[in-house]
Design a protein around this ligand. Structure first.
Ligand code: ZN
Length: 269
């Protein structure tokens, strides 16, 4: 019998399961993105059409597929459903796959997925409302500190208190660097340049990644921002751009490739 590769089949199946799980989580993130800035509960009631208020049936709530089948419109009142729902589901699924590829089924995989989910919610709320909900940033700081105490291997140590300390340093230095930039920016431009939301967001990123990667995130964000900013500017001619999404994206780059980037900057290899 020619070799039937069960191992490969199993791997493909696992990838599909991880992707589908990511889509389902993405569907829940959509609920958070809609409800958190409106101060509504994320657990109940069930999802409903914001236009006609009809409860959305499960078969109209299948990630990606329902949006395509319904043509981006409510089944009942034909109100347009934002493409954002589709995009959030898709990128959550893709991030789950990406992290699975780099981390496998492991504890860091689970922890960093929680981290990324928080960033996705923060990013889209920031896009829509120019705010970052404290549930995500302050909640994330607390969660990052607790996780670092419980699983200090996130900060390359077995010592629980050292894990907590490194996480704490990440909060102080991450938040501090943006806070200082804001102070200097306000002084130079005589207007508010950095929001308090950005301070708390990079503090949260520091809690999970530690201070070196938080600092790297700070420097990568304008690079990421200028690329996406140019695209947004071409499409909308708006120079008013939220900064949070770039911090979020830069922190994921730092998380996955930051060690390599820092080594290259310092030692050129
Ligand atoms: Zn409707």
């Amino acid at each position: 019998m020619a070799g039937f590769n069960f191992e490969a089949l199993f791997q493909i199946a696992l990838n599909i399961i991880v992707f589908i799980f990511g889509l389902l989580v993405g569907s829940f993130l959509n609920v958070c993105i809609y409800r958190l800035p409106r101060e509504k509960s994320v657990v109940k009631p069930r999802s409903f059409c914001p236009q006609c208020k009809k409860t959305i049936r499960w078969y109209d709530n299948v990630p990606l597929l329902s949006y395509i089948i319904l043509g981006g419109k409510c089944r009942y009142c034909k109100a347009k459903i934002s493409l954002q729902y589709f995009i959030v589901e898709l990128i959550t699924g893709l991030f789950f796959l990406l992290f699975y590829y780099y981390l496998g089924l492991s504890l860091p995989f689970v922890i960093y997925l929680v981290f990324v989910c928080g960033l996705i919610v923060a990013t889209f709320v920031d896009f829509n409302f120019r705010i970052i909900p404290d549930e995500i940033s302050v909640g994330g700081i607390v969660l990052g500190l607790i996780i670092s105490l419980a699983f200090p291997q996130l900060h390359n140590t077995q010592n629980h208190l050292l894990g907590l300390y490194r996480s704490f340093l990440g909060v102080i230095i991450g938040g501090g660097i943006i806070w200082l930039t804001g102070i200097i920016g306000d002084f130079i431009f005589k207007k508010e340049t950095m929001g308090g939301g950005d301070v708390k967001l990079l503090a949260m990123i520091g809690a999970f990644l530690g201070w070196p990667l938080a600092v790297l995130t700070f420097f990568l964000a304008p690079l990421v921002g200028s690329i996406i900013g140019i695209i947004i500017w071409i499409k909308t001619k708006s120079s008013l751009i939220a900064y949070g999404p770039y911090l979020a994206l830069a922190s994921i780059v730092s998380l996955l490739w930051g060690g390599r980037i820092i080594r290259w900057i310092l030692f050129r290899y």
